[in-house]
Design a protein around this ligand. Structure first.
Ligand code: FES
Length: 281
């Protein structure tokens, strides 16, 4: 019988709906969900340094670097970007990887300015004019509701104020800490040999192109961009943000976007919305 790995239940949420992800995973499912030991290493370093202390504007007095780098430590042999660990991310690498995906998507874990990020490419420009029923992924821009079901606003409202929040060259980058308990979990990403390569519209909890938090099974849809709200953990203030939608699991809301731009073919993050990443520290 295949070895099984036990997922930790969310505190006080042991009975929370975890969809088709049971509390035990066999090895194949474990690998499919993209857990990597490097996540633990990164978590430990963040714990030592303190999140706020490393979230400094790149290019400023910290001597930071705007470029987003691949992060594949521990997955050098399994991730499609395994040979590019700590090399700058380029759009071309995502486009090439997406060419082997039936949905036209690709994703990778990364590090930007010392914080964990996830970058997803969606062949939106190519697919947006085609029928949704063909399973070709495209971005959807929607309204958002908070964890109580209250209407928050529409992604377009924020994007009109700052167009840089729109996907750049069909790429979108999000902060890589789960909104549930701030895991840096090693995300399920398309496409790789362990992940179902399928897409459905609407941001629901079906389709395979989800980011999956291994810690307590939260799912996020990187193709659905919405407005939502969260809380600064240090001072309790609330803020609205542009993010990707939570599709299921105990996470209360989706993950915030980090706007990007391309410098030639290199993906660079823009440090304009640091407040959005304060829900963990
Ligand atoms: S930290 Fe609990 S689901 Fe991600």
């Amino acid at each position: 019988m295949a070895r099984e790995y036990e997922l930790k239940p969310a505190p006080s949420q042991a009975s929370v709906d975890t969809g088709d992800a049971s509390s035990h995973l066999n090895r194949r499912q474990f690998l499919r969900y993209g857990f990597n030991t490097a996540a633990g290493v990164l978590t430990a370093s963040l714990g030592v340094l303190g999140f706020a202390s490393i979230l400094l504007p790149p290019g400023g007095s910290s001597g930071g670097d705007l470029a987003v780098k691949f992060w594949a430590k521990g997955r050098e042999d399994s991730a499609w970007y395994g040979a590019q660990h700590l090399q700058p991310m380029t759009k071309d690498s995502f486009v090439k990887e997406a060419a082997s995906s039936s949905t036209g998507t690709s994703g990778a874990s990364g590090v930007w300015n010392g914080v964990p990020v996830v970058v997803n490419y969606v062949a939106h420009s190519k697919n947006a004019g085609t029928p949704e029923s063909n399973g070709k992924a495209r971005f959807q821009f929607t309204e958002g509701i908070d964890e109580t079901g209250k209407y928050v606003g529409h992604f377009d409202d924020l994007a009109e104020q700052d167009p840089r929040l729109m996907p750049s060259e069909d790429l979108v980058m999000v902060f890589g800490r789960c909104t549930h308990l701030c895991c840096i979990p090693g995300w399920q990403l398309v496409s790789n040999s362990f992940t179902e390569d399928s897409w459905t519209p609407g941001g629901g909890d079906d389709g395979g192109t989800k980011m999956f938090c291994i810690c307590h099974s939260s799912r996020f849809d990187p193709t659905v961009l919405e407005m939502n709200t969260n809380r600064n953990r240090s001072n309790g203030s609330t803020f609205k943000y542009a993010g990707i939608r939570r599709a299921g699991g105990p996470a209360p809301v989706g993950l915030p976007i980090i706007p990007i731009s391309l410098n030639g073919d290199v993906i660079e993050g823009l440090p304009d919305y640091l407040d959005w990443y304060t829900y963990c520290d």
